[in-house]
Design a protein around this ligand. Structure first.
Ligand SMILES: Nc1ncnc2c1ncn2[C@@H]1O[C@H](COP(=O)(O)OP(=O)(O)OP(=O)(O)O)[C@@H](O)[C@H]1O
Ligand SMILES: [Mg+2]
Length: 363
């Protein structure tokens, strides 16, 4: 068991601490900023003016929770407070607003995060094909490889030799087939260079890859996130407003456990969940065209019911989807793509566009 303190573990440890005058958790109000370096925790707590008088009480509660969670690994925390007028102003202070990121050169209509909690369920494959599918529908799309530990976009798009360049102090994204691409893989000297990022570096890297890149005007920024850890989603959430998250799973029991953790984190951060994509859901029987569900349907139906999620797509297990990426030409990037996958990804894109547009109309 790894006793290292991570941002995600701190996040979970601090769940339950409420804003003293409201029936809401401070974590859900984005009112706690967390940084962790060498197991030392730095916290900045934003509190409304009239709640500032409870800060000693909050500090005690936090210290107690951290001690309970980390025991001997807990080396102390630096806890500071910042007075705010209301909790909406925190996101503005962090440079995040509804449609724009911090620098004027990047302007995204919608930021979509592809998440899971579980590794190897197909997040990257879905992010890449979804991005191409949105391009085919005529949208301007950027794809950010937020998996800075194991970037997969350079290989999937046959761009392994490419490196990013700077222009006017901004990172210039690569462009392929109209898709703007940024991956930490384009910053490494070779694809097999391992990347050992510590928490604060991960946070900084994600922030830079969103905000220091000359993305231009995009309809969609699709962000492929790494598995397992919630640190990346926490960092992305403080770098930019995430308009919607797609949760990917395979419907295996083991995958569902991690996925539930992921869904709870998205809910705690008030990130809208667009819905569930079940990947490698079924095999199509070549003779009868019958769908044979590899892991049954019960598990993901349970998830859908428990969390009231929309089922956005069921993607079949298809070797061609995997081979196309291995060969550096993703299925949806082809001029004549597999008909079944083309239809599924086009429907998925259309559903996402519809849901996001409806959400915008409501706000
Ligand atoms: N629908 C599918 N049919 C067949 N193979 C698939 C399918 N989806 C993904 N794969 C294959 O499964 C493997 C894992 O996929 P992928 O890398 O997209 O997952 P991931 O969730 O991004 O993984 P990681 O958590 O490591 O980032 C890859 O080899 C990919 O080609
Ligand atoms: Mg991946």
């Amino acid at each position: 068991m790894n006793n290292d303190i991570t941002k995600e573990k701190v996040f979970y440890a601090l769940k339950g601490i409420k804003e003293p005058l409201m029936d809401k958790e401070l974590i859900s109000l984005n009112a706690i900023e967390i940084e962790v370096e060498n197991n030392f925790i730095n916290l900045l707590i934003h509190l409304k003016n009239d709640s500032m008088k409870y800060k000693d009480d909050i500090k005690n509660k936090i210290e107690q929770k951290l001690k309970n969670a980390f025991g001997d690994s807990f080396k102390g925390a630096n806890i500071e407070f910042n007075e705010v007028e209301n909790y909406q102003t925190i996101r503005k202070r962090l440079g995040v607003n509804n449609s724009q990121s911090r620098k004027t050169k990047a302007n995204f209509s919608y930021v979509i995060a592809i998440t899971s909690g579980k590794g190897g369920v197909g997040k990257s494959s879905i992010a890449i094909n979804l991005a191409y599918s949105l391009i085919k529908l005529g949208y301007k799309v950027g794809l950010l490889d937020g998996d800075i530990y194991g970037p997969s976009i350079p290989t999937a798009l046959n761009l392994e030799e490419k490196l990013l360049t700077l222009e006017n102090d901004m990172i210039k994204p690569l462009e392929k087939d109209g898709l703007k691409l940024v991956s930490v893989g384009f910053m490494l000297p070779s694809v097999d260079t391992p990347l050992i990022w510590r928490g604060p570096m991960l946070h900084k890297a994600i922030n830079e890859l969103v905000n220091e890149v000359d993305w231009g005007n995009l309809d969609f920024l699709v962000v492929d996130l790494p598995p397992g850890t919630g640190d990346a989603i926490l960092s992305l959430n403080s770098a930019v407003n995430i308009n919607g998250a797609i949760v990917v799973t395979t419907g295996q029991r083991i995958a569902n456990v991690d996925v539930m953790k992921n869904i709870n984190m998205l809910k705690s951060l008030n990130i809208p969940i667009l819905g569930l994509v079940i990947n490698m859901a079924y095999l199509l029987c070549p003779n009868s065209n019958e769908k044979i569900y590899l892991f049954g349907q019960n598990r993901f139906k349970e998830l859908i019911e428990k969390y009231q999620l929309d089922l956005l797509a069921e993607i079949p297990f298809k070797l061609s989807l995997s081979n196309d990426i291995e060969e550096g030409l993703p299925t949806l990037a082809k001029s004549n793509p597999d008909n079944e996958l083309y239809t599924i990804f086009t429907e998925l894109s259309n559903k996402i566009v519809k849901k996001l547009n409806l959400a915008r109309l409501k706000t």
